[in-house]
Design a protein around this ligand. Structure first.
Ligand SMILES: Cc1ncc(COP(=O)(O)O)c(C=O)c1O
Length: 433
């Protein structure tokens, strides 16, 4: 995945209507090509500690000198190459909107579909491009054919937009929601799978799974959950908002029937870009949210009848895929896990600290949530920002009450050293009060 030769080969195969080479040239300067060449023979674990390489990655972003952004779980910034692509397509569109947007950029979606499918490990005919994970997943939630009394299993730790969509179906159509509640972190995959399978009944039609729980970064054992759902004849909806382009997986191997993700999270594509995956055999039976001429067709494009959307954002997703492939998912994940362990291990024994995220690397990724006894989460977040200029996300949701810290590929250990120092000082003051 990370090999430069392979990467350039993939680019050649996915060339769109515009000159891809011209677009990536500024992104991969001599320094970039040198760095990519240098890591070619390194393993993901070796690359994870190669600060020269990650310094180049940081240079590829426009990092604020004002704040240390550790809320990349909310939305990710785009590398310069993506920003430049976006601006370029925006300017081009304004030279003749209906010509450039509808005749040129709109046609580029087919090559983009192939590129995204390559990353998702599925057929291009199973990928629809849209605006975010909410749109993708609500297409599924509102598009499934469910009858009164049909049961859907979901959890209190799922994302609010998805929970609200299911609740609306409950109110409107009389389906029954069967709730699971997880104490996080959870280190026992068997217990997680059992909780799902114990909730399955003869009326279960759908199991909704959040692949990476956004509140804490817990990785759910989705393929095993899908296996037990399928044994009971139920369909699996996967919320892949935080797993796509962060974890190494393909949609088919998760066993899910439907998945939705934002591309402005871990892929670092333009804000307001997303993707829907529907297993080929399931397309015909799923109603689109925005009706097309043939809503029951098995053409995935029926889910793209959005009307006029931001074509520049959509088209520049392609640059984000190029940048992601240059690093490689394996290397990216190894670095993100390295960064998460780097800071969390250093404060693990600070008196009063509690973690909602596991230290088991195979069950966690970049996201990590912690709280400090004696200080409210909102105040903790405010102190990190006001006193140390560290931007994080305060989370008080169900049984989780902590600050979520999410580094990204442009985060350097020196940024995290400041976080570590801040946590030690705040915890010590809280303990001495
Ligand atoms: C798990 C999960 N699902 C869905 C979403 C919704 O993403 P978007 O706002 O891009 O639609 C988010 C956003 O943070 C999320 O964390």
């Amino acid at each position: 995945m990370g090999s430069r030769r392979k990467f350039l080969g993939q680019l050649g195969g996915a060339a769109g209507l515009l000159s891809t080479q011209a677009l990536i040239a500024p992104a991969f300067s001599k320094q970039g090509q040198y760095q990519l060449g240098r890591i070619e023979g390194l393993s993901p674990a070796e690359t994870a500690r190669d600060e020269d390489f990650w310094s180049w990655v940081r240079e590829a972003y426009t990092v604020s000198p004002e704040i240390i952004n550790l809320n990349n779980g909310g939305v990710s910034p785009q590398p310069r190459s993506v920003q430049e692509g976006m601006i370029r397509y925006y300017r081009m569109s304004n030279e003749g909107p209906s010509y450039y947007m509808w005749r040129i950029l709109d046609k580029g979606r087919e090559s983009l579909r192939r590129k995204l499918a390559g990353l998702a490990g599925c057929a291009p005919e199973e990928i629809a491009v849209n605006r975010n994970a909410s749109e993708a997943l609500e297409t599924v939630i509102f598009g499934l054919r469910l009858d009164r009394g049909d049961e859907v299993i979901l959890s209190r730790q799922d994302y609010p937009n998805m929970i609200n969509a299911w609740k609306q179906r409950e109110k409107r159509d009389g389906i029954k929601l069967v709730w699971l509640n997880f104490e996080l972190p959870a280190d026992d995959d068997n217990a997680i799978v059992r909780k799902f399978s114990d909730a399955i009944t003869s009326r279960t039609r759908v199991v909704h799974v959040t692949h990476v729980v956004n509140w804490t970064g817990q990785i759910m054992p989705v393929s095993r959950i899908a296996e037990s759902a399928h044994r009971a004849g139920a369909r699996v909806v996967l919320d892949a908002a935080h797993s796509f382009a962060q974890l190494e997986f393909t949609f088919p191997e998760t066993g899910c029937d439907y998945a939705g993700t934002s591309l402005h999270k871990w892929l670092c594509a333009p804000f307001g870009s997303g993707m829907l995956y529907v297993r080929k055999a399931r397309i015909g039976n799923l109603w689109p949210l925005f009706a097309g001429a043939e809503p029951e067709s098995d053409d995935i494009r029926k889910f793209e009848a959005l009307g006029t959307r931001s074509f520049p954002s959509e088209h520049a997703i392609s640059q984000a895929v190029d940048f992601h492939l240059a690093i490689g998912t394996g290397r990216k994940l190894a670095r993100l896990r390295y960064l998460k362990q780097y800071w969390s291990e250093k404060v693990r024994d600070v008196p009063g600290i509690r973690f909602y995220t596991t230290f088991a690397t195979n069950r966690s990724c970049a996201l990590c949530n912690f709280g400090i006894d004696g200080i409210e989460t909102g105040k903790l977040e405010a102190r990190l920002l006001n006193e140390y200029r560290i931007h994080t996300s305060p989370i008080v949701w169900e049984n989780i009450d902590g600050v979520r810290v999410t580094p990204h590929v442009y985060t350097m250990p020196r940024d995290l050293d400041i976080l570590v120092e801040a946590i030690r000082e705040i915890a010590s003051k809280a303990a001495n009060r």
